[in-house]
Write a protein that binds this ligand. Sequence first.
Ligand code: ADP
Length: 610
Amino acid sequence: MLSTLLAVACGLLIAGVMTIQSIEQRYLTQFGDALEAKAKLVEYGIHPLLSSSLSPRPLSSLQETARDLGNRVSARVTLVAADGTVLADSAVRDADLPAVENHTSRPEIQQALSTGHGADIRPSHTTGERTMYRALLLHQAQNAAPIVVRVGLPMVIVDREIAELKQHLFLALGVAFLVALTLSIWLAHSITKPLSDIVAAARQLSSGHLAVPIRTTAQDEVSLLATTLNDMANQLHAKIDELSEDRAQLLAVLTSMVEGVMVLDYRGHVLQINPALEGMFGISRVEARGRPCAELFRQQQLNDLVTTILRSRVPHEDEIVLPLTGRCLQIEASPAGGERESEACIVLVFHDITELRRLEKIRKDFVANVSHELRTPLTSIKGYVEALLDGAKDDPAVSAKFLEIILKQSDRLNLIIEDLLELSKIESGRVSLKEEPLELRSIVDRTLSMIKPIADKKRHRLVTSIDPALPPVAGDEGRLVQVLTNLLDNAVKYTPEGGTISVGAKPAPSVGNAEPPAQAIDLSVADTGIGIPEEDRPRVFERFYRVDKARSRELGGTGLGLAIVKHIVEGHGGQVWVEANHPQGSRFVVRLPLRATARSLHHVNEASRA
Ligand code: ADP
């Protein structure tokens, strides 16, 4: 705007100056022409006077003629002799005429004397006003010296008119400048306003406010720019939305994965790990990011795997065992193709296969155990049968004893197979557990009456303590009797003579300070027997696991009783565990959940009783 204004101002100034100069020139020319004409008229008027034979002419007549002609042409008329003496002057009184100085030095007089024609503009010595002069050389008759007729006209009017003109012109130029100023301000504003709107919107855009559209009323390139920016913002918005959705989905997948995931760049530095991996190694995502994998994990096997795949860029697999937790991790490493610092180069997936390996071990142990358990009575049966065939059958006493052993071993074999079948039936879900409301007291009483004979044989004391206000549990009566029978049978077996076996049932303690209605019932069987060492407690529920194999076998155990108990209890949605009984013995606890059906039934019964 400033530069435009400067150019306009310069243009106006130059135009003004040139206009004034040309008008001034024209005025002067016109004025000069008019003065010339007047001079000629004066010359014409004076000519008869000079050409008359009357000589010498009286000065007074010249003076009169000069004044008369001066009045006629409205100009100052001066007659100057060739020597510069002023002969007559219309602007001078007659009396003052002799005092008028010699005019030879006047430029117009000099010019007229030498060329016949002279002109000048200057302030008059006589009147003091700026005056334009025209002088003409007039030849007299009879070879008398020529005289110069000079006409002078003050330039006051011309000067005033030029001054007025200048005033008007400068006014017009000033107005023109003001109009130019207003126009340029308006123009600058109309260009910069939409631009500053765009700048403001672009700032908002860069600060992340993508939803603010740029509004412009202009219909030019600026509006085109605004529309393009709006389109760009919309596209950016759509792209960012798409990326955010992708990212959120990816994060959701990574976060919800059970497998640990780690992404490394081409240098083996960590780019990303998921919460599962954080849990596996006890590290946080923040501390892991950007650090070399080798420095972060200090796991030789893992580092070797990373080095190998970084070098070969082909998928690899390995298994590691964490020294601190003992967890077994299977690692699948695959190349992802990234070749730059922030690009995924390798993706490692960590599967926690601890449970799988444990189950595998249990399965292997089971196969080994089952064959061993089956082979032991079979070997014994085979041995006795061979002995019988070898002649022992001839001795009735020996053969009776051998046959008894064979019967006992085949019973045992049968028992094992029955237990195994039972277990496999429960495990495979072929046994459907009923869900009927059961009073625990009746189950306990029923079982105790079955166990009592063998308990009495070992002179055990049977104690029951059952909370009378217990609600009924939902379950399968036959199976729960089986659970209780197995537990009581073990208690009798593993308690030396004269022990105490207690059966209890009470509401399970609730978690926290508040006391909500009990959600489960604890059924316990405690004895004062040999007890189970702490390290064996979690394992006694495994198939064929026995703390003391010889003793168990001697007592006729199959090693499957507690495994059956566990499966039945879990089939009821409950839990079973063993703890130490004080001062001695073991205490098995079966926690059975109170199901909604059983609870509502209980309420109905209570209500009907009331
Ligand atoms: P078993 O037929 O050998 O008794 P179980 O599965 O019933 O098999 O029990 C597994 C093992 O748990 C037993 O061999 C025994 O070592 C231990 N056990 C079970 N109940 C008791 C108990 N009441 N007191 C001590 N040890 C027990």
